[in-house]
Design a protein around this ligand. Structure first.
Ligand SMILES: [Zn+2]
Length: 295
């Protein structure tokens, strides 16, 4: 925890600005990664189709369409297709200066973009403030940024891409191995295994009892990642927090829509939110609970 202004120095402003810039990049990831996944799936289906039809395997080394990844093509206005200039792409500031409108066609630019940038900046500041300047804080920032991307992608598409959850798990285990992170390798590995298995068991039990799918396999992998980063000890806290908040939000949604009960609800945002709380205040919460329960 940062106690004085002198401790903070340049660290907090630096992390906040870095968070704003990362937030801008996360907007791109959240928009493009699901499209990239869909393109990949389409290629796989094409390959299977060709295989089933007894045709030669299509040559995927020569991409048929235009390149589409996180860096190519450059961002364009979805209305008038004008490439966005670098100075109109400054996090938060450009949107405010442009008053939320495209410079060329004056169509509105979604307020979501500056909101994601501001939220990423503020959460980065919070992590830096609570954890103080250290290597562990930089790693925690990486974890939080991926959690933000996963939250938004899951809310948009009901998907938690393996391209994010799996590397996040390996990164958590490697941090435990590195010695720069306050979780032992043993706690990290057990956290990953039990994180995955706990939701996997709930899923299969729920399916046996109700014949319905309550959550997706992405949720197991996300909890495995959180277990890898924070150790198996925080898993009960994360499950309780995410279920509580998820249930409250779910009930409100049902009350508001009266038919929302059937609409699929993304669980990833609640897991990610509970993970953030566990990262910042997990020890205090667990110790407080133990004291209350007289353990
Ligand atoms: Zn435009």
């Amino acid at each position: 925890m940062i106690q004085t202004l002198a401790d903070a120095g340049l660290f907090l402003p630096f992390v906040t600005v870095l968070g704003l810039l990362i937030g801008s990049f996360l907007n791109v990831v959240v928009h493009r990664l699901p499209i990239m996944m869909e393109n990949e799936l389409r290629l796989d289906c094409e390959w299977l189709g060709a295989k089933d039809a007894g045709q030669p395997e299509p040559d995927f080394t020569q991409p048929a369409g235009r390149t589409f990844n996180l860096s190519t093509p450059r961002s364009r206005c979805p209305q008038c297709n004008t490439q966005i200039r670098a100075w109109d792409n400054i996090p938060l500031i450009s949107w405010l200066l442009l008053r939320g409108q495209c410079r060329d066609c004056a169509n509105p630019i979604s307020v979501r973009y500056p909101l994601v940038e501001a939220a990423t900046g503020l959460l980065s500041l919070l992590v830096a403030w609570v954890m103080g300047p250290s290597v562990a804080t930089l790693a925690a920032l990486g974890l939080v940024w991926v959690l933000i991307a996963l939250t938004l992608i899951d809310a948009d598409t009901q998907l938690l891409p393996d391209q994010l959850t799996l590397p996040l798990t390996w990164a958590g285990i490697l941090m435990a191995l590195s010695g720069y992170w306050p979780v032992s390798l043993q706690d990290s590995v057990l956290g990953a295994v039990f994180g995955y298995l706990s939701l996997w068991s709930v899923f299969h039990l729920f399916r046996l009892l109700t014949g319905k799918h309550g959550m997706g396999a992405g949720d197991f992998k996300l909890l495995a990642a959180l277990g890898a980063w924070m150790g198996w000890q925080v898993l009960p806290l994360i499950i309780v927090l995410s279920s509580l908040v998820g249930a409250v939000v779910g009930l409100i949604a049902i009350a508001l829509s009266k038919m929302g009960a059937r609409a699929p609800m993304a669980f990833g945002p609640y897991l990610a939110g509970a993970g953030l709380i566990a990262l910042l205040w997990g020890d205090a919460l667990i110790n407080g609970y133990k004291a209350m329960a007289g353990l």
